[in-house]
Design a protein around this ligand. Structure first.
Ligand code: ADP
Length: 550
């Protein structure tokens, strides 16, 4: 196979495969992005379920405490006793409608416990933060969950419907207040009564935490989880309150996703930990199978197509080669009988009495037509020669002027029939080394073209000259000539100028191609010059003097 063909086939096969590879890579990337997105949804959904469980516990507390606060006694002793007995409340607080502290009263001898309570909550009562800052400052607005994908990429996931509902602000006649103090977060739930008094309860944080923890999943009793993971409930300082799941996360390990809890536990958050391998989609078997099958189908199709086209083209080439061989063989077979026909016709022409005008004319026609056929066959054989570089020059001593006189003599009858006068201007009398057959083939083609296309000029001029080892021959007619734009193209194989001149004139378009190639083979060239009017071909050949050994 030729290198060019190999290159074309490589491109045909390799290009689709490269495109396929790129598409496959893009598909894998997309698949990964989709997987990460789905995974983030699943993880955040899990966290939201836990959050809504916690919110449910908080709501139960709110109902219990609401009922409790609405039936709160007035008297300090009773209030103390009630707080002591309550499993939910560590301290009760009563505020005057103007914000002043009624119970525990800082002026009416508080107990030690109440004094400590008042100390750590003083700022709240002084700033009247309970009712004023509650909804706006003390509780941060709910945050959207964050899925922290592989590496440093953070994907913010919009809050679901449930989470938005739980973030709704509480009615203005009750509310929560949370603050961090000492050992952790503290919570106060308050209710504004019809009398304008605010009754509040500081929650028993430990009890609240344990109520929350009870509702969350348990690592041990859990049905074995299909995937390894660990979820942590963190307080506002990031300290774990409760952890569940079967994955042992390293100490400094970053969570894969976080979700702040709904109001009023906005300071707390849920964090999800999982091994990196769980978050790596890898390539699923189905996906791999699909891609491999697709690639295989395309590869097989491309290779089959390449084989098919190769076989088709090589069959075409074989057939073309066969045709060329056939034409070559036929031309060879025709050559010998044609030479005989030409020779005997010339003999006949000489033998016919000069008086017998018509038979002489007929013999002349046979001679010129057989000459035309010989030239055509010569051209075909030269053109079809497989390796034209192997065309061999056979320069022998000869005189250019003599050779041309002989060539002209062959064509004289045919040219004169068309009324073309021939003028040879010989100026190359030296004995030089020249391939006479080659010269005859070139000049024969040029003269034949004058006969075909330049006959209307009625004149053929052939000039010869020789200088410094270069013979120059011009063949010139006075016909319509060759337009400058066509002067290069007429030397291309099978090119014929399409005009009235060539219409109906037999020709193959290879005559000038062959003529130029032969001229170059002989160390010269063949070009068209301005004829003004008509066509002028200038042929040069390298012809050293016959005695010149150089
Ligand atoms: P062919 O004669 O078989 O067509 P050639 O290669 O000999 O092929 O010539 C190529 C073309 O050049 C011709 O078809 C013709 O149009 C043009 N041509 C050649 N010689 C002449 C000329 N003397 N005058 C005008 N046109 C010419």
């Amino acid at each position: 196979m030729k290198p060019r063909l190999i290159a074309i086939y490589t491109v045909i096969v390799v290009l689709p495969l490269v495109v396929l590879g790129l598409l496959g890579a893009k598909l894998a990337r997309d698949e990964r992005a989709v997987f990460e997105h789905r995974l983030s949804q699943v993880i955040l959904d899990q966290l939201r379920v836990a959050d809504s469980e916690i919110a449910r516990v908080v709501n139960q507390w709110r109902q219990v405490l609401g009922a409790d606060l609405r039936t709160l006694p007035q008297e300090a002793g009773e209030l103390r006793e009630r707080a002591r007995r309550s499993p939910y409340v560590s301290h009760y607080v009563v505020l005057h409608p103007d914000g002043a502290l009624v119970y525990p009263s800082p002026v009416e001898t508080p107990t030690d416990d109440e004094r400590v309570f008042l100390e750590r909550t003083r700022e709240i009562w002084e700033r009247q933060a309970l009712t004023h800052e509650q909804d706006t400052e003390a509780v941060p607005p709910p945050q959207p969950g964050k899925f922290l994908g592989k590496g440093a990429v953070q994907i913010a996931i919009p809050q679901g419907k449930g989470a938005t509902q739980s973030a709704a602000p509480p009615p203005s006649n009750d509310g929560w207040y949370t603050w961090y103090w000492g050992d952790g977060t503290h919570f106060i739930y308050w209710v504004r009564g019809e009398d304008g008094f605010i009754r509040a309860a500081e929650l028993d944080s430990a009890r609240l935490k344990s109520d929350i923890i009870i509702t969350l999943p348990d690592t041990l009793s859990d049905v074995p989880a299909p995937t390894e993971s660990r979820t942590a409930l963190l307080d506002s300082k990031g300290v774990p309150i409760y952890v569940w799941g079967n994955y042992a996360a390293a100490d400094a390990e970053k969570p894969r996703a976080t979700l702040p809890l709904s109001y009023p536990l906005g300071g707390w958050s849920l964090a999800y930990f999982a091994p990196a391998s769980q978050l790596d989609p890898g390539l699923s078997l189905g996906f791999l199978f699909n891609v491999t099958a697709g690639v295989l189908v395309v590869v097989v199709t491309v290779i089959a197509l390449a084989i098919y086209f190769y076989r088709e083209s090589s069959r075409d080439m074989r057939e073309a080669a066969k045709r060329v061989t056939f034409v070559n063989q036929v031309s060879h077979e025709l050559k010998t009988p044609l030479t005989n026909i030409r020779m005997y016709a010339e003999l006949l022409e000489q033998q016919i009495d000069e008086q017998d005008e018509r038979p002489r004319q007929h013999a002349g026609i046979i001679v010129s037509e057989s000459q035309r056929l010989s030239r055509l066959i010569g051209n075909i054989l030269t053109f079809n020669r497989k390796d034209r570089d192997a065309l061999r020059l056979q320069p022998l001593p000869g005189v250019i002027d003599d050779i041309l006189a002989e060539v002209i003599a062959h064509y004289r009858a045919a040219l004169e029939t068309k009324g073309i006068e021939i003028f040879l201007h010989p100026d190359a009398p030296s004995h030089v080394l020249v391939d006479a057959d080659l010269l005859e083939q070139i000049v024969g083609n040029l003269i034949s073209n004058v006969e075909k296309y330049g006959a209307m000029g009625k004149r053929l001029d052939i000039h010869t000259s020789w200088k410094d080892g270069i013979a120059a021959i011009t063949v010139e007619d006075k016909g319509p000539g060759i337009p400058p734009s066509e002067r290069d193209r007429i030397f291309q194989p099978f090119y014929r100028i399409s005009n009235g001149l060539t219409d109906g004139v037999a020709g193959t378009g290879i005559g000038l191609t062959i003529a130029r190639e032969l001229a170059r083979l002989h160390g010269g060239d063949l070009i068209v010059e301005d004829g003004e009017p008509g066509a002028r071909f200038r042929l040069t050949l390298r012809c050293p003097l016959a005695g010149d050994t150089a």
